[in-house]
Design a protein around this ligand. Structure first.
Ligand code: GLN
Length: 485
């Protein structure tokens, strides 16, 4: 399984062509994806056309972006013009997007080739892809286990070696948690770094698009491509984006890390704590130091998130009404009937649960008690982070409280599933960059990862720490055996 950087070298040396790379990518997907189920839609024809264009440019000796010609999977809530965007929902079964999202456009402009749209939890709500209205994606390390979610397809396809790059979206952990479950790198950039234009909105104040790759180096390259201002997204930051690859190889001597006690307590399983402690020792040997600290507000993060995210979702999803975008229910007698039947048939149980919850916390009489209080809790979480960053360069912790679980283990109990994001949600609340880096395996052979969170806009330090760790460890080089194929 080659990384994007390795493939890029082969392309540049003309040892392979973009066309042959895309052809072999589809061969691999065709032989493995009946087991992994990573894709909602494949984009073979347009991918081959784009590959031919990239090859022409290489032949002319044109200067191309380092990732030109590399295949990528795009989560199915990120729009590409004239292709299907379902959000893994029945509501958008036949929806063809008239626009290309800011992030996908930057990939296309760099010559990166989208090979397919990756399966996900419906409208990005979930932690296992079991909420996809179509099928569940499987964890390549063991097909009985979930790949995590909601960007489960994106993480599974990278872990299975189908593609070296994928894009996911992360509202409360949906890039980092599946990356951790599948043993790959997954990063959420700072809020505002990557355009949300053309990302189907779940909770707009938390949503960010982020890369899934096998190495931190590949993540740095992909962030170089997708970060940057987009005037079509009012929250997009109009700031210069540093070259994230330029500082990757700087050492981490003298950096100071904080480890929140709240994320090393008994809510985290022992095997994860053990491997994260091992990772901390490796990092310490590179000249960094760490202290255990208390971040009391983290305890409130799940409760806060499950008020704010559903509140925003209830507003965002009101556009799916049978008039615009959507499949309209048959057999309707009046306007109200159209709304209720269309939304009743189109949304799955978890999406309905969030809409009901969100509508409730925003309704008059409950707004102050729930929504406003949650906004205040969000401020406390942000303040807690600021205090830590006065003294420390990064916060390290487990990415998830447990390793991947079997299908059906948590889908009857939403609260159990919600707990998966206890370590990832805080970074969304505070708009901070966060990244999962693989750091070992549990006794049953499932991957474990640790999370690096840095100050807003300091992706460079996050990447540098992760890259240094990967230079002295080999967890990211381990591949699932996939003897089921
Ligand atoms: N698992 C969380 C949820 O269900 C986070 C989802 C996400 O980041 N998109 O809401």
């Amino acid at each position: 399984m080659k990384t994007a950087v390795q493939l890029s070298k082969e392309l540049r040396a003309r040892e392979i062509t973009a066309t042959s790379l895309i052809e072999s990518t589809y061969k691999n997907i065709e032989s493995t994806d009946d087991k992994i189920n990573a894709y909602m839609t494949l984009l073979k024809e347009r991918a081959l056309e784009q590959a031919a264009q990239v090859d022409k440019q290489f032949d002319k000796g044109n200067e191309l972006s380092p990732l030109a010609g590399i295949p990528i999977a795009i989560k199915d809530n990120i729009c590409i013009k004239d292709t299907r965007t379902t959000c893994s929902s029945k509501m958008l079964e036949n929806y063809i997007s008239p626009i290309t999202s800011g992030a996908a456009q930057r990939c296309l402009d760099a010559g990166i080739i989208p090979v397919g749209k990756a399966n996900m939890d419906e409208f990005a709500m979930g932690s296992s892809t079991e909420n996809s209205a179509y099928f569940t994606s499987k964890n390549p390390w063991d097909l009985d286990y979930t790949p995590g979610g909601s960007s489960g397809g994106s993480a599974a396809t990278v872990a299975a070696g189908q593609v070296p790059l994928a894009l996911g979206s992360d509202t409360g952990g949906s890039v980092r948690q599946p990356a951790s479950f599948c043993g790959v790198v997954g990063a959420k950039p700072s809020y505002g770094r990557v355009s949300r234009y053309g990302l189907v909105a779940f909770a707009s104040s938390l949503d960010q698009i982020g890369p899934v790759t096998r190495t931190v180096e590949d993540t740095a390259h992909l962030l170089n491509v997708i970060c940057g201002h987009d005037k079509r997204d009012a929250t997009s930051l109009d700031l210069e984006v540093p070259d994230f690859t330029a500082t990757l190889n700087q050492d981490i001597k003298g950096l100071k890390f904080a480890i929140p006690n709240e994320l090393m307590s008994d809510i985290i399983s022992d095997d994860i704590k053990e491997k994260v402690m091992d990772a901390l020792e490796v990092i310490k040997a590179q000249g960094a130091t760490f202290d255990f600290v208390s971040m009391d507000s983290l305890k409130a993060s799940i409760a806060t998130y499950y008020i704010l995210a559903p509140a925003e979702a209830s507003a965002n999803l009101s556009r799916f009404d049978g008039v615009r975008y959507t499949n309209r229910a048959d057999d309707i007698s009046n306007l109200k009937d159209m709304y209720t039947k269309t939304r009743g048939e189109g949304f799955g149980a978890e999406v309905k649960r969030r809409i009901i919850l969100g509508t409730y916390v925003l309704s008059s009489g409950y707004y102050d008690a729930f929504y406003l209080k949650a906004q205040k809790a969000r401020t406390l979480i942000k303040n807690d982070f600021n205090k830590i960053f006065d003294k420390y360069d990064a916060i390290l912790s487990p990415t998830t409280p447990t390793t991947s679980f079997k299908f059906g283990e948590k889908d009857k109990d939403p609260i159990k599933l919600y707990m998966c994001d206890i370590a990832t949600i805080p970074a969304n609340m505070a708009g901070l960059p966060g990244m999962n880096v693989p750091c070992g395996f549990s006794n049953n052979g499932m991957p474990i990862g640790f999370q690096i969170v840095t100050k807003a806009l300091d992706e460079a330090t996050m990447l540098r720490i992760g890259h240094r760790y990967q230079q002295v460890t080999d967890f990211h080089l381990k591949n699932p055996e996939m003897n089921y194929v």
